[in-house]
Design a protein around this ligand. Structure first.
Ligand code: SF4
Ligand code: SF4
Length: 117
């Protein structure tokens, strides 16, 4: 008998809420080491920068493409900074972001990295 097929579903690909909920701030040197373009950044202090679009009342990272809660992608995915890499589907930040956008909490913390996103 054949083993059942494994289907991997990444909930981030139809979400993106965390990319449109928080200020994504990090140490400026990280942006240099990752090769992030200046156009994607806004300096917020002598030592910190943030992803452009996230330092406002209704944050939305300029690298986020698509519609939150439907279908999204990140045009800086390979260069995304540490705050983007730290949020995981189903964790506390994820729940907060999804709630902000009227999306239900994910049932379990999946071992996935945000790919929307
Ligand atoms: S980590 Fe959570 S909030 Fe962020 S894109 Fe994935 S499912 Fe959405
Ligand atoms: S994962 Fe991409 S779209 Fe989301 S906040 Fe980070 S750089 Fe922006």
């Amino acid at each position: 008998m054949n083993a059942p097929a494994t289907v991997t579903v990444n909930p981030c690909l139809d979400c993106g809420a965390c990319c449109a909920s928080f200020r994504v701030s990090f140490y400026w040197a990280e942006a240099v080491s990752l090769g992030l373009p200046d156009a994607a950044l806004e300096q917020t202090s002598p030592w910190h920068t943030c992803l452009r679009g996230t330092n406002q009342a209704a944050p939305r990272c300029l690298a986020l493409q698509g519609e939150v809660g439907q279908s999204v992608s990140c045009c800086l995915y390979a260069q995304r900074p540490s705050p983007c890499r730290e949020v995981k589907a189903g964790d506390a930040q994820c729940r907060k972001a999804r709630q902000r956008h009227g999306l239900p909490a994910l049932a379990v913390a999946a071992e996935l990295r945000c790919e929307s996103g």
